[in-house]
Design a protein around this ligand. Structure first.
Ligand SMILES: *[C@@H]1O[C@H](CO)[C@@H](O)[C@H](O)[C@H]1NC(C)=O
Ligand SMILES: *[C@@H]1O[C@H](CO)[C@@H](O)[C@H](O)[C@H]1NC(C)=O
Ligand SMILES: *[C@@H]1O[C@H](CO)[C@@H](O)[C@H](O)[C@H]1NC(C)=O
Ligand SMILES: *[C@@H]1O[C@H](CO)[C@@H](O)[C@H](O)[C@H]1NC(C)=O
Length: 314
């Protein structure tokens, strides 16, 4: 009996050792998120709305801009040095054949390849970034018109949310706020209809739908998605506007909304902490960071696109 007990403990210890050694401990406490810049606000310029930068900074990450007109090789090298990438909202032409779409495709493919190689690295899309990711994954234009500009609602969660990475471990108050309070700000004329999503095998095989919404006309669209296999996430709504945008739109700045959206930022940056990607050296890192190169931080009075409080422009 005693011997059996001893063997049992040896067995458990062996299992624990195997489990411990199979965990990839490669993480970082200095995450850097790449944000893809887009054409505008004036011809010959490109920009990132500052709210996205502040959003990831508030969760403990720094930002490196990814210029949409960079060469594919340079984009691949840069992405492999980053801990995650964010595709923002905005009004860029995301059609196949544009340089913006081509660069987004290089980023997407690079992130899938890194994940396939065992490097856990997230890609996030917000609003236009959500639309872009759906088109990239389906390799088609899956967008339809909706009436959802300046439209702030609560999420209609699907049953899948409870088992998701994005929401599955959120405190109940976060889920309650998202599900019952009008705090998720939509500002889009296009989206992915639930019917289109369901009919597109490339999307149903890649993503779980975590939430949907109805637009003002009753059109049912997908509003939050998460990759089944890959850490690829997107929301049609804006988790960064509540904290950082004060333009004349319906944006909820209540303490409940801010607490909830800070959870979203912490989630994204938490995912980016799960790899140890880094730049070759300190000089390469500092020249890639947004601190090094942004030409101006305009306030909205100066930008052509007054839907942002502040904007980084190159
Ligand atoms: C990329 O765009 C910027 C303007 O945002 C421009 O200054 C730069 O020359 C462009 N680079 C190339 C390689 O076209
Ligand atoms: C949220 O907005 C919807 C319509 O968009 C409205 O019917 C509902 O009463 C609002 N809910 C709250 C809690 O304000
Ligand atoms: C889409 O698929 C989900 C999950 O299978 C299902 O619950 C929903 O009824 C479907 N909706 C439409 C419009 O096809
Ligand atoms: C958004 O809606 C609010 C409330 O209806 C309105 O006051 C505001 O002008 C709208 N903003 C835009 C940019 O349409």
């Amino acid at each position: 009996m005693q011997l059996g007990g001893g063997l049992l403990w040896v067995g458990i210890a062996a299992i624990l050792c195997i489990a411990a050694s199979s965990v990839d401990a490669a993480t970082t406490t200095r995450p850097i998120i790449g944000i893809l810049a887009q054409p505008g606000p004036n011809t010959g310029e490109q920009y990132i709305a500052a709210s996205y930068v502040k959003y990831v900074e508030a969760a403990g990450a720094r930002v490196a801009p990814i210029f949409y007109n960079e060469t594919a090789d340079n984009v691949r090298t840069l992405v492999a040095s980053l801990n995650g990438v964010l595709f923002t909202g905005g009004g860029a032409d995301i059609s196949v054949g544009t340089q913006f779409y081509s660069t987004a495709l290089v980023i997407y493919n690079t992130i899938l390849q890194l994940n396939d190689a065992g490097i856990y690295m997230p890609l996030w899309g917000t609003c236009m970034g959500f639309e872009l990711i759906n088109n990239l994954v389906s390799n088609a234009n899956v967008l339809g018109s909706v009436d959802a500009e300046n439209y702030t609602v609560a999420l209609d969660f699907t049953p899948e949310f409870a088992y998701s990475r994005m929401f599955g471990r959120a405190q109940p108050i976060i889920i309650q706020n998202l599900a019952t309070k009008n705090i998720t700000m939509n500002n889009h004329m296009l989206s992915v209809y639930v019917s289109t999503f369901n009919a597109t095998a490339a999307l149903t095989s890649f993503f779980n739908v975590l939430s949907t919404n109805y637009d003002r006309q009753g059109v049912h669209f997908v509003s939050s998605i998460e990759g089944k296999k890959y850490p690829v996430y997107a929301t049609q709504w804006h988790p960064e506007k509540n904290q950082f945008e004060w333009v004349n739109e319906v944006i909820d700045h209540s303490a409940d909304a801010i607490y909830t959206m800070q959870y979203m930022a912490n989630f994204l940056v938490g995912e980016a902490r799960q790899n140890s990607n880094r730049f070759a050296n300190a000089a390469a890192e500092s020249s890639a960071l947004i601190y090094a190169s942004a030409r101006h931080l305009y306030d909205s009075g100066e930008t052509a696109d007054a839907s942002f409080e502040e904007t980084y422009v190159w």
